[in-house]
Ligand binder design. Sequence first.
Ligand code: ADP
Length: 546
Amino acid sequence: MKGLMQDWPLRVSSILDHAARFHGEREIVSRSVEGPIVRTTYAEMNVRARKVAQALRRLGVKEGEVVATLAWNTGRHMEAWYGIMGLGAVCHTLNPRLFAEQLVYIINHAEDKYIFVDLTFVPIVEAIEAQCPNVKGYVIMTDAAHMPQTKLRNALCYETLLDAEDGDFQWVEVDENAACGLCYTSGTTGNPKGVLYSHRSNVLHAMIGATADAMGLKSVDSVLPVVPMFHANAWGIAFSAPMVGAKIVMPGQKMDGDSICELLTTEEVTFTAAVPTVWLMLLQYLEKTGKTLDHLKRVVIGGSAAPRSMIDIFESKYGVEVRHAWGMTEMSPLGTLGSFKAGMEELSHEEKLDIKVKQGRPPYGVEMKITDDDGAELPWDGKAFGHLLVRGPSIAKSYLKGEGGKILDDDGWFDTGDVATVDQRGFMQITDRAKDVIKSGGEWISSIELENLAVGHPKVAEAAVIGIAHPKWDERPLLIVVLKEGETATKEEILHYMDGKIAKWWMPDDVAFIDEIPHTATGKIQKLALRDKFKDYKLPTANAAE
Ligand code: ADP
């Protein structure tokens, strides 16, 4: 027998409708690309997003076609998202930090028809335009007064396009399973692969993300997504925040400590989210200036492992709750978040930190398990490491155009490529990416755990650990360190600090000091580049073994 409930399609346009109707006056504040802070509301955005859809229709864009954005987090970018998706087209977020060849590849692979581009990124598209012959035009996201001199073919002014429309537009009623968003994984090996989100998966993901133990967003919150909309959908915040009617504060292109601190204060931000490198900059800025975080209640840190020291400083010094999160583009992206369960608040400070450094537990809507190399499930004892597999309604089932072949096993599980433990309480901890784990004498050493420990040293700004070939043990860990500005330190000093905090055989065999650790387009340590840089490195312990 079928249930007798309404068939109410889960389309992202309904999120903006809801925000406009029940939270119409709530603001979206942006540090504009042109410079000044600008303000709009959900009611205004609902009209302007419809104008975007009308303008695209006038340009000939049809349902199911792909329109790209190459833009910072701003209100304009957000309304463009809703306009593109509300037309039934697919919004493809381009990451400006990708190499030119990668951008060319994904623009052509996705068959982007138009590209919405911020002023800052006009030179990027000018440089690759000739290699993207199927792009019909470029919408420059500014007003007529700021239009740049450009030779771009068919360069259109965003505000002029919108001025020609009246906003009287009915959202296109596509099937809830129709595609609406596209984001490529950065593809550290091989070509980037396209993850194609549907209206339904985005709406469900926004609901999952907003729940109290996930991001916990409320209408009274002021939300600052520092995590870019071009990196895994700003972790769904451009959907979750309007869904609950929260104020949104968009940082534009400025993510340095000073600029972020200013927005946190003046816009009375209560919730924010970003990768650890952003928080490193903010915390250094706060330390230097003695400023405080008066309104901020919660910060979500993810994308890379949040170091214990960072979590501790946020919580102990600034009174901000840290929720460590893990996810990936293929998961829309939220996978786990580290909110406490009953009884955990009563634990000691160090015990709480032991939990907070873990990446957390899945909200409803994400299934998770760890397996050995043969696919057998491993125990949840906090010790056994294995391949981390996931399943759920906002997790990819294949890549665009079947790239990469079959990505689910016969039971529908997706292998994340991460290696993790899960403890008795269901808290997952990433120990490594499968390809970064250090294999020493048949056992695995977690590079992430060593990195986390090393950055706890007061002189260390950033640390990376890679495996170096070793005649006896196969691989042994090399710790690569960037010191804080003006600091000097010896190898012995760093190793002495780590000694006793980890198993003896996990201790790095050597420490290399370098000026800068290379990062990927999404802010992760570029292990591949480091392995290449240190490919001829000889560990001091290698000779002893010969
Ligand atoms: P990209 O590979 O394009 O940077 P993602 O942002 O989707 O794309 O990266 C997902 C990966 O980032 C995860 O598979 C995991 O390896 C890593 N990651 C994400 N969050 C964390 C975290 N909190 N701790 C450790 N690793 C993380």
